[in-house]
Design a binder for this molecule. Structure first.
Ligand code: PMP
Length: 317
């Protein structure tokens, strides 16, 4: 998806015009990928109201990623500050629906691998971003690249550096005519897509790799597990052999960008039910909450309160 300039970018506490939102080439992040990020969505409900989906959880995971990269003690913002900065950025741009990309990174200080003497900077930009993998079932390949183990890199952190194998997988998959690739763990078990978690349905039971399978703890993954259990569907988070990818009744990706995307083909094997009944049930439940206005999901999932909502309505009318 091509980037389209918006009015402003939030940078280190200020709203900066799009063209001035730049960083210096000497910044540590350019040389050593010293960044963490997140990506959430703000929707517009059927009745016109803007709603942020699990934005507080995105801010919290961002701070957790800072802990895992030894940036948290130098980060001048709390989870609350980041959450409010996200809302301020959406409000200032008046762009709903939108995808929100906060990035925390090591800025301009010293050259060399040691980054503790480089400042911890942050920006937030938003974009009008449609469905990440398109509207038809995804065609995926199983990659020859493995997701590293968390004793090499913390795979539960959302760091820029963790996306190196992912970029290779995704680029090669699209060059070969697939939409996305799935990585296995270093033990050869199912892990996740380059930008999504993965679920499989077998005989009415929903499976997803456990958090020790080198996956990112996706906010949509957690949402889907919660919604499935609410629907009375049995969910198993466990180690998963790669055979499941080819022989499950339903397979789908989850992510804040990808939402719930059915998978129709793995390498050369078509998946029997695409989208299957359980995928459709969970999707309906998710969009019931997003579209509202009467269903809310779990406490704290939706941002739709106070002046923010009012001024956003004004800004987008
Ligand atoms: N795994 C990876 C590697 C991702 O990049 C993403 C997208 N952030 C996910 C899983 C899904 O995470 P979430 O549901 O929080 O968007």
């Amino acid at each position: 998806m091509q980037i389209v300039p918006t009015k402003v970018v939030w940078m280190d506490g200020k709203l900066v015009p799009w063209d001035q939102a730049t960083i210096h080439v000497a910044s540590h992040v350019i040389h050593y990928a010293s960044s963490v990020f997140s990506g959430g969505r703000c929707y517009r409900r059927a009745n016109g109201d803007p709603v942020g989906f699990r934005l507080y959880d995105h801010a919290k995971r961002l701070v957790d990623s800072c802990k895992l990269t030894l940036m948290a003690d130098q980060l001048p913002y709390s989870v609350d500050d980041i959450y409010h900065a996200i809302i301020q950025t959406i409000e200032a741009n008046g762009l709903v629906p939108c995808y929100i990309r906060p990035v925390i990174y090591r800025g301009y200080g010293e050259l060399g691998v040691m980054s503790r003497n480089c400042p911890v900077n942050m920006f937030i930009l938003i974009q009008d971003w449609g469905s990440y993998l398109g509207d038809r079932p995804a065609r995926v390949m199983v990659s020859s690249r493995r997701r590293p183990r968390s004793d090499s890199m913390f795979m539960g952190a959302k760091t820029g550096a963790n996306y190196q194998p992912g970029q290779y997988m995704k680029n090669l998959a699209t060059m070969l005519g697939f939409d996305e690739a799935i990585a296995l763990t270093e033990d050869g078990l199912v892990s996740e897509g380059s930008g999504e978690n993965i679920f499989m349905v077998r005989d009415g039971v929903l499976y997803t790799p456990d958090l020790a399978s080198s996956v990112l703890g996706g906010i949509m993954r957690d949402t889907v597990i919660t919604l499935a259990r609410d629907l009375g569907i049995e969910v198993r988070e466990q180690r998963i052999p790669p055979e499941f990818l080819y022989t499950s009744d339903e397979v789908f990706f989850t992510g804040s960008a990808a939402e719930i995307t059915p998978i129709g083909l793995v390498d050369t094997t078509p998946i029997d039910q695409t989208p299957g009944n359980i995928t459709t049930l969970i999707r309906r439940s998710l969009f019931g909450i997003i579209n509202g206005p009467d269903v809310e999901g779990q406490p704290g999932w939706m941002t739709r309160h106070g002046g923010w909502l009012t001024s956003l309505n004004l800004a987008t009318e």
